[in-house]
Write a protein that binds this ligand. Structure first.
Ligand code: SF4
Length: 351
């Protein structure tokens, strides 16, 4: 590992690059100044950005902050509205925790986010990464912010060849050694920007990298293959049936999933259980002339692949239930259910 003087010089080069090249993002303030970003916006952006790209988040962030400009406004919003606005962004436990966290900040802290990591971590949905990011970026605390981008940059800079996830503690320690006491928020964002725009996963653009002269991975000719990863077990396949009940006026039957668990609290087509072995059980939500629609929905979650058979029926106006106009229902659904609705409607229109 390099000496302290080298690390300080590396950190300065990184900040100088950030001053010139920082991405302009709606939750940021320009680098180097005294202006601090709004903790609410930093927190919201960091929660949205977990497991999601900046390109996907930008529109959601703008829509959320237009509709709920403050933590008080978000805390007062009905949870179902927040879930519907989050639809399509994935990892829906984040949306439920978002509302719970906003309410805790308003109820217990007078609408002010705490400014250090331990206190931030007591709030719903704020783990080690988000607490460090908010503490550093919103409050200028010297917190060590390590996400996947930062792990990659650090593994390459220090030529760490141990595979992830076992290498995590070492990468964190190296990231900590690189974090300066001054401008920790800008340093964190500079690392994120370098990982997202220069030191990219497949083809690091070492030729334009401000740290090219500091990089052990580049010097050893192994940068592009870092970080190494232990082989993951193959994801299992689950299967299920989704039911599309289409009423004469174009409304479709939806169900709101239970609050906890996968897609918890989200609106979707009625489904039976998703099973890994055997045939999925038939659980039609109402009596009707159900028939196979043909197309199959395929979707991959973090821990498994899913295949949903689509079954549909045209319904008279008689039965009750949560029928909603198809476009409105689709807008509130997570991606997998949107796919199912779109494919099912197309199949029924063509029948
Ligand atoms: Fe990444 Fe290349 Fe820069 Fe090293 S020199 S940090 S591998 S972009």
């Amino acid at each position: 590992m390099r000496g302290g003087a080298d690390l300080a010089a590396t950190g300065e080069r990184l900040l100088a690059w950030y001053d010139r090249s920082a991405r302009r993002l709606p939750w940021r303030v320009p680098p180097g100044g005294d202006e601090r970003p709004d903790p609410y916006r930093v927190w919201l952006s960091e929660v949205m950005l977990q497991q999601t790209t900046v390109a996907a988040v930008r529109g959601y962030f703008e829509a959320f902050t237009e509709r709920w400009a403050t933590v008080e406004a978000l805390a007062a919003a009905p949870e179902a509205e927040v879930m519907a606005a989050w639809a399509g962004l994935g990892y829906y436990a984040r949306a439920r925790n978002l509302v719970a966290c906003a309410r805790a900040v308003v109820r217990e802290r007078g609408g002010r986010f705490p400014d250090d990591e331990p206190a931030l971590r007591t709030l719903p949905g704020i783990g080690a990464y988000t607490a460090a990011a908010v503490a550093a970026i919103a409050f200028g605390r010297p917190a060590v912010v390590v996400d996947g981008n930062v792990e990659r940059v650090v593994a390459r800079l220090f030529a760490v060849t141990d595979p992830l996830p076992a290498a995590k503690p070492r990468l964190h320690a190296l990231a900590a050694a690189l974090t300066p006491a001054g401008r920790p928020g800008d340093h964190a964002q500079a690392m994120m920007d370098l990982g997202a725009t220069v030191c990219t996963p497949k083809r690091p653009a070492c030729g334009i990298c401000p740290l090219v002269g500091d990089c052990d991975g580049r010097a050893a000719g192994i940068a592009a293959e870092l970080p190494r990863r232990a082989e993951k077990p193959a994801k299992p396949l689950r299967q299920g049936i989704a039911y599309l009940a289409l009423r004469g006026d174009g409304a479709v039957l939806v169900e709101t999933r239970p609050p906890s668990g996968l897609l918890g609290g989200m609106v979707g087509l009625p489904c039976g259980d998703w099973v890994e072995r055997g045939e999925p059980p038939a659980r039609p939500p109402l009596a009707a002339a159900w028939r196979e629609l043909g197309p199959e929905v395929r979707h991959t979650f973090t821990h498994f692949h899913l295949r949903l058979r689509l079954v549909g029926a045209r319904i008279d106006f008689g039965p009750g239930g949560d029928f909603r106009p198809a476009p409105e229902a689709g807008a509130a659904m997570p991606t997998v259910m949107r796919k199912a609705l779109r494919l099912g409607l197309a199949a029924m229109a063509g029948a």
